[in-house]
Write a protein that binds this ligand. Sequence first.
Ligand SMILES: Cc1ncc(COP(=O)(O)O)c(C=O)c1O
Length: 402
Amino acid sequence: MSTDRSRIDGGLPVRKGFLPLAYPLLGTEEEQEVLHTLRSNWLSRGPKAQRFEMDLKAYIGCDYAHVVSSCTAGLHIALVANGIGEGDEVITCPQTFVATANVILYERATPVFVDCDRRTFNIDVEQIEDKITSRTRAIMPIHMAGQPCDLEPILDIAKRHRLIVIEDAAHAIGAVYKGRKIGTWSDHAAFSFYATKNMTTGDGGMVTSRSKEMDTKLRVLSLHGMSADAWRRYDKDGKPHWTLVYPGFKYNMTDIEAAIGIHQLDRLEGFIGKRERIAKQYTDAFSEIPEVGVPHIASDRRHIWHLYILTLDIDALGVSQNGFVDLLKSENIGAGIHYTSVHLQPYYQDKFGFKPEDFPNARWLSERVVSLPMFPAMTEQDVNDVIVAVRKVVDYCREREL
Ligand SMILES: Cc1ncc(COP(=O)(O)O)c(C=O)c1O
């Protein structure tokens, strides 16, 4: 949405062209690799996907890495591979994208929500144990915005109650907790390479595991449930016959996607460095504005700034979250809401009878969070425009309140 006039003063907006919340940064290496793939006669899962898996494994330092069509797919097959299904309960946090909870429903298991912490947006670890029952099978924490949640106590709880931990690491490729990368800590971590994530394959994802046996299960599940390596059936040395071991899914990554991912991974540390610099500029500028709370960063973690989320003091501003977003848009600055808690979504309310007050922190954040533009292609001017626009919107709200 681009506007010619500022809603604030009827004058010109802070910038002429619209600055979106995010877009990917791709280079000639990605283009050349995709071209090479297109000319190689092998487009679906093949050597590039294999290479991408090796590169991801080396970067993260995980035991096994399997690339799939999305993070959602990775989370889903991790549940299936661990035999989680009807009658089972999976503990997760409602302050997330709906995919985290949806995959639990795919298998007719029950999502059991634990409220989040207002400062980090991550699951409130203190409340997890109260929600464990004899049916609980897994915990699915989310590393919101790219800041790892407090994994050690979660893993400790999981160990004591014999639960699987599947991390929703959609935002967290390259994030570090207590000196080790996300992807090295628990049974599984699923990452997203969706177009706006810190690195992209267009759409795509990756799921880690700790044993060869589990990795093989995931590979079988992501290719219809056909016996391992069935994707090689057309090779000279491949076996044309395969056996079906499970009614699986079509969740494989293609070589076209992997071709992009190989070079995005090479750029990832540079991308994160740029995001860190932008986050610092934002935090330096906004720390002086009490109406817009800046993100809290825990000292023992590396936040990779997939998102930069402000928490609005809507009472002091006298404007709603949507009103604030609209004002920013009229200055030609894009903004997002990450997220409206899953327990506030009509489907979940109808199915589970959730009330808004059931998860007070998630509800509180749902009405206050606003994400600002954050992507490595941003120029100094872009960052400055965002800062000027936020100040302008806050000043306008203050004057209206007088
Ligand atoms: C927290 C979270 N989990 C899961 C997903 C799903 O990722 P994908 O689109 O790769 O399936 C997303 C996507 O934005 C997300 O933000």
